[in-house]
Design a protein around this ligand. Structure first.
Ligand code: PLP
Length: 509
């Protein structure tokens, strides 16, 4: 069987694709509105006006006033600024911050820092669905509490908290309420008035906006101190020349929120389809996200699943090879392969945590992509040999070519190589030579085969498959197709780092 390699992006809680309108506005801003808002001429005044209008749009999208918005570089910065500011402004008799163990690291690490400076931090436990244990919270919050800090939506499981209820409890005890609303925005309605929060954080790149733009909401009249010092920007609360094009992109992404919210029903259906499909493939799979269970509110797009007996890192590599992007627990934990504290907090063991994948969808996820993902997952879970995969030359990009798991074999005649350069990092051989040197090929890697025009490589792929090789693919159209579809990559990398397959073995590694 031959399957087409597709691109399926299911890691929208890590970051999102920039919406086309956002790209357009950012480009226009970079071209036409590059003045420094702090200068004194017309271009600068245009930039100031742009910032004003963006602030209004961002504020409006969360039910705030424009003067309640501080533009920051990212939500991690917003979280740090708000927490440090609360700790600094709290009276000595109120030096306790209550939070939860499932907060984003930009909250947890900031709290750990504040703890070393003398702030008392207490964590309210969550239940096995990740919801705050209400009775525990009630017993923790009292008149020594300066701040209750609980995220609205969790990035790993998608669980939503009862922020209005928690805010009421905080206020009844004379404490302030902060909520990290990064994952909630664009996926569920966010209105800071209705949530009753005093502080909140937001990030543009989670809502189809650019990386490098965030916002902190500070309720009017509440004191706040800068985190970055050295400039009058943002009313003296955030020094640094404003990133006007990023802020313009952020505002455009906020304009796009109603469209995202309108897609929530469809996204929920796709998420549920994926969950049901996985459960059918592997009945022992554990769904960690509260997917629509009554009384368990959760984001429409997030699906955390534990696959007993399967290693998440390996699964990610397998899915990546098939063009599917997912993450283990959360993006922040992937590279270290540390068990996720969030999954631990909801009762998973370290082993279960390392067997957990997070799928996060967006309005751009298509139903065919879910079906494709389930097909690939079936191959993985049934530990089947992968069918040979056809890679379109468009997909032979840097991420595939420079992937450490990819081993590229160039099966062309020497005179063909004089006409067209090959893929970078390719191991040169002829089909005849390859047949007698199969031991040169690493069986644990993904073998990508390329030939001159795309005719010999599938034959080679199927030959290797008959010899027990599993992860095989070939570039459709061969080197000619790659040059045609990827002229920039061809000029930049074509023929780089090539190695003869045979000589490689002769030389010790
Ligand atoms: N808060 C939550 C819940 C997040 O998921 C993230 C990013 O993953 C952040 C904060 C940090 O956002 P940023 O990347 O803008 O710093």
């Amino acid at each position: 069987m031959l399957i087409f390699r597709r691109k399926v992006y299911l890691d929208n809680n890590a970051t999102t694709m920039i919406a086309p309108d956002v790209c357009r506005i950012m480009e226009k801003t970079m071209r036409n509105c590059y003045g420094n808002p702090s200068s004194n001429y017309r271009d600068a005044r245009d930039a100031v006006m742009l910032l004003d209008s963006c602030r209004k749009i961002v504020a409006q999208s969360i039910g705030a006033l424009p003067e309640e918005i501080i533009f920051t570089g990212c939500a991690s910065e917003s979280n740090n600024q708000l927490l440090f500011s609360c700790a600094e402004n709290a009276p000595p008799e109120k030096n306790v911050i209550i939070s939860s163990p499932i907060e984003h690291p930009s909250v947890i690490k900031a709290l750990e820092f504040l703890q070393k400076q003398g702030t008392v931090v207490r964590y309210c436990p969550v239940d096995n669905r990740g919801r705050i244990v209400w009775d525990a919270l009630v017993s923790l919050v009292d008149n020594t509490t300066a701040l209750v800090c609980v995220m609205y939506a969790n990035n790993e499981t998608g669980v939503l908290q009862d922020i209005p209820g928690i805010a009421r409890l905080a206020h009844q005890n004379g404490a302030l309420m902060m909520s990290d609303c990064v994952q909630a925005l664009g996926k569920t309605a966010v209105n800071v008035q209705e949530l009753g929060v005093d502080f909140a954080s937001f990030s543009a790149h989670k809502i189809h906006g650019p990386k490098g733009a965030g916002a902190a909401f500070v309720r009017s009249g509440l004191p706040v101190v800068p985190f970055i010092h050295g400039g009058h920007q943002e009313n003296g609360l955030r020094a640094g020349t404003e990133s006007t094009h990023n802020i313009a992109g952020f505002a455009e992404a906020c304009r796009h929120i109603p469209q995202s919210l309108a897609a929530a029903g469809r996204i929920t259906r796709l998420r549920n389809e994926l969950a049901a499909g996985i459960q059918k493939l592997l009945p022992s799979a554990r769904i960690n996200s509260p997917c629509g269970a009554a009384g368990q509110p959760a984001l429409c797009n997030t699906l955390s699943v534990t696959f007993p007996g399967f290693d998440a890192a390996e699964a990610i590599g397998f899915l990546d090879y098939s063009g599917i992007c997912v993450s283990a627990g959360s993006a922040c934990n992937t590279s270290a392969n540390e068990p996720s504290p969030v999954l631990k907090a909801i009762g998973l063991s370290d082993e279960e945590s390392r067997q957990t994948l997070r799928f996060s969808l967006s309005e751009y996820t298509a139903s065919g992509q879910i079906a494709y993902t389930l097909n690939i997952l079936r191959d993985y879970l049934e530990r089947r040999a992968l069918p040979v995969t056809l890679v379109h030359p468009n997909q032979a990009d840097e991420s595939l070519l420079f992937n450490e798991h990819t081993f590229i074999v160039d099966v062309r005649f020497w005179y063909d190589r004089k006409i067209l350069k090959g893929l970078p990092r390719s191991h040169e051989t002829s089909f005849a030579e390859l047949r007698t040197h199969l031991d040169m090929l690493p069986r644990h890697k993904n073998i990508l085969i390329i030939c001159q025009g795309g005719t010999i490589s599938p034959i080679v792929a199927y030959f290797l498959r008959s010899k027990g090789f599993k992860n095989l693919s070939f570039v459709a159209g061969g080197a000619a197709g790659w040059k045609l579809f990827q002229p920039e990559l061809y000029n930049k990398y074509g023929g780089n780092d090539k190695q003869p397959l045979i000589k490689q073995k002769a030389e010790p590694a």
